[in-house]
Design a binder for this molecule. Structure first.
Ligand code: CAA
Length: 283
């Protein structure tokens, strides 16, 4: 299938990044969010990112203007009806995603592909909520989407080869490198990344090193661009905990048990950068 238009469900951190990159790559984009305030914020954020790019001479004003006009915001899910590929990037919650996929299945044109940016929920289970499981796949983008080169592609049990080839082609047109992973808890990236972050929290919990020293050790000692606790704040501690729980439950192995301190921070509402407090404080 030749994909020309992309629908993005959700205008949060991931959705707005995907919408920006898709529009920049020449796709017609509809960004849908039922929360008008979040939608307006998402559009403003994209506009600012495009303006910053012009100032930094990454692209010219014309490119920025054309990219922005290719994104149509909408607060109605029916706006997804005309899209060839719909990428869902809503909250990482099973029930929310299941409902969105039921709704999208009813609204989207029969040949449309439905993809999910889930970081840990089973693609096979999400696909089972639709009557087109062969046209459902995982497209796991990394944050910040405009900067990170990877899309992790996940094929569910029923995903057809045509569908997988189409999402790979769309990802590559967006300038991303596509890596294939099996539909198992955490796929490849989070199977490796989250236990590392969780272990960094244990290292803090057991008093082995301070927040700053854990980050400095991993940044300077292993050449990571940010330390694991900074990265946890950046991803969101609630998201990190949710993914650890999926690994723990789905793989039934105690080595994936979430650190009690991570759980306690989430209970306290210290969810990371987005709320101004996690392992660090943010202005
Ligand atoms: N949106 C768009 N661009 C951004 C950005 C954002 N939110 N944040 C930074 N950038 C851009 C900057 O504009 C800058 O661009 P130029 O070089 O062209 O000027 C570039 O990224 C570098 O930014 P900075 O100089 O401000 O800062 P930095 O060098 O520390 O890089 C970073 C910032 C790219 C975020 C880097 O620290 C990094 O790579 N961190 C690790 C990120 C990571 O691991 N992400 C994956 C998280 S896991 C995930 O997403 C999946 C999941 O399921 C949980």
């Amino acid at each position: 299938m030749d994909i020309k238009s992309i629908g993005v469900v959700g205008s949060g951190q991931m959705g707005r990044g995907i919408a920006q990159v898709a529009a920049f790559s020449g796709f017609e984009v509809v960004m849908y969010d039922l929360n008008q305030e979040s939608l307006d914020f998402g559009m403003d954020f994209i506009k600012n990112q495009l303006v910053r790019g012009v100032k930094k001479e990454k692209w010219d004003q014309n490119t920025a203007d054309e990219t922005f006009t290719r994104i149509q915001p909408s607060s109605k899910i029916e706006s997804m009806a005309k899209c060839d590929l719909i990428i869902e990037a809503a909250t990482e919650n099973k029930e929310i995603k299941f409902k969105i996929f039921e709704d999208l299945d009813a609204i989207a044109k029969p040949e449309a592909i439905l993809a999910t940016n889930t970081s840990s929920i089973s693609i096979t289970e999400i696909a089972s909520k639709t009557k087109r499981a062969d046209k459902v796949a995982g497209m796991h983008f990394m944050n910040p989407v405009p900067v990170m080169k990877l899309v992790e592609g996940i094929s569910g049990l029923e995903t057809s080869e045509e569908t997988f080839a189409a999402v790979q082609a769309a990802s590559e047109k967006m300038g991303k490198v596509f890596v294939k992973a099996k539909d198992m808890p955490g796929f490849a990236v989070n199977r490796i990344l989250m236990p590392m972050i969780n272990e960094a929290v244990y290292t803090l919990h057991e008093g082995i090193a301070s927040v700053e020293d854990i980050d400095a050790a991993m940044k300077l000692g292993t050449n990571q661009p940010m330390g694991p606790l900074t990265l946890a704040d950046f991803i969101g501690l609630d998201t990190c905990l949710a993914i650890m729980e999926v690994l723990h439950e789905g793989l039934a192995d105690t080595k994936y048990r979430p650190c009690p301190l991570l759980r306690q921070y989430v209970q306290a509402g210290r969810l990371g950068k987005k709320v101004g407090r996690g392992f660090y404080k943010y202005e």
